[in-house]
Design a protein around this ligand. Structure first.
Ligand SMILES: O=C(O)C(=O)CO
Length: 393
């Protein structure tokens, strides 16, 4: 009876070459460790981690460290960033996968392509084209580290029988933080203030401008998903009046918990808000959601903040609105393209703050995203329920 349960637990875990003893060891470990920890046991067996100390003792004697070649192959795409990010991420991925860089793949395509079962996409920068998919016959999953998947052609990927996953949980807090940071920085003209403070021409501190206050102002959130909700939680601490517009209205208890009011019409939100924050996914419906008409509905004292995707705003219309003071200011963590060409008119304005898409650029977020992406990839490879799969529309 117990043994048959153990075999059932084993089922979803495909045995890969070089894992001949895994089934025996697994049953042995379940027997000595108890069912409660069976997932950890598998983890420990393969990856040498087990959150339970009893498990740690039992398992260490049995564990065979899997050789790099025995781990499922993952092709990493544009791991980018600073050297530190690269090293940390690579180390994390190496615990679970045989890492194959694009360079290694291109140098030895024939051998490498068979090994690659998954692709790890760091943030939203690289895309995956048909040619790459055609060269990876064993590919099962593309694990995007980040929530936005607008850089991936989901329909085309799905036609290859490949799944796509994302990391909505890891991104929510840091991206909400950057939304608040941009709102505060723009309201209090932080960048201009810094420039005065550090300028060699500054003889004494005096500014000939004033900021505006966030406290008690009205914030309009367009796109109330998990990031939007985190922004609302933070805004509540600033006693802000919170309006939101979303495809689907949130539950009453959720609205009440943050004191948010639903605007069925986006126009109502635009007319009433002192700060408008864009947090929608980029889809054909949200492409250039904010154009000349929408900007003209906003208060002349209002600020537009964008932490979603650049193409959600018609940037030409934004340039015009900022130049002619149709709105007070803008603060963008995302633009289209990224970066903007150096002679782009948005870069010449002083009522704008632009940051280089740093919503999740924190030590913690990078790790949490990688862990979420790894869990997704392993779930696909092991035939288990996938925590965050993204489907083509
Ligand atoms: O997760 C994403 O897609 C982001 O762009 C975070 O800034």
């Amino acid at each position: 009876m117990f043994m048959s349960k153990a075999f059932n637990l084993l089922k979803p875990i495909p045995l890969m070459s070089g894992q001949t003893n895994l089934a025996y060891k697994f049953i042995h470990l379940v027997a000595s460790h108890g069912r409660r920890c069976h997932r950890s046991v598998i983890y420990k067996q393969r990856y040498r981690t087990c959150p339970c100390s009893a498990g740690r003792r039992t398992i260490s004697a049995e564990t065979k460290v899997m050789a790099k070649e025995e781990l499922p192959g993952v092709l990493i795409l544009d791991i980018g960033g600073t050297q530190g990010v690269l090293e940390n991420l690579a180390a994390l991925l190496k615990k679970h996968f045989h890492l194959i860089t694009m360079k290694e793949f291109l140098e030895n395509k024939e051998e490498m392509s068979k090994k690659i079962q998954s692709v790890f996409v760091f943030e939203c920068r690289p895309t995956i084209d048909r040619e790459l998919l055609e060269s990876l016959p064993n590919l099962k999953v593309i694990g995007n580290s980040g929530v936005g998947v607008d850089h991936l052609d989901l329909k085309m990927i799905s036609s290859f029988g490949v799944k796509v996953t994302n990391t909505p949980h890891a991104v929510a807090d840091p991206t909400a933080d950057i939304g608040m940071a941009l709102m505060l920085a723009s309201a209090r003209r932080l960048v201009e203030g810094c420039q005065i403070a550090v300028s060699p021409d500054t003889k004494h501190f005096a500014v000939d401008w004033l900021g505006v206050e966030v406290t008690r102002a009205t914030l309009g959130i367009i796109g109330m998903g998990s990031i939007g909700y985190k922004v609302a939680q933070r805004a509540r601490a600033f006693n802000m009046r919170i309006l939101y517009h979303n495809r689907n209205r949130r539950r009453k208890e959720e609205e009440e918990a943050v004191g948010a009011h639903y605007c069925e019409k986006m126009e109502d939100l635009l007319q009433q808000s002192d700060f408008v924050m864009l947090i929608v996914n980029l889809t054909p419906e949200t492409h250039r959601l904010i154009g000349k008409k929408e900007l003209s509905l906003m208060k002349p004292t209002a600020t537009l903040i964008n932490i979603s995707r650049g193409a959600v705003i018609d940037q030409d219309a934004l340039v015009e609105a900022l130049q002619s003071k149709v709105i007070r200011a803008a603060a963008l963590d995302v633009t289209y393209p990224e970066p903007l060409p150096r002679d782009h008119p948005l870069l010449k304005l002083n009522n704008i703050i632009i940051t280089p898409h740093i919503g999740t650029a924190t030590v913690q977020a990078i790790h949490m995203m990688a862990e979420e992406a790894i869990a997704n990839i392993l779930a696909v490879l092991n035939g288990q329920p996938i925590p965050s799969e993204v489907f083509p529309k």
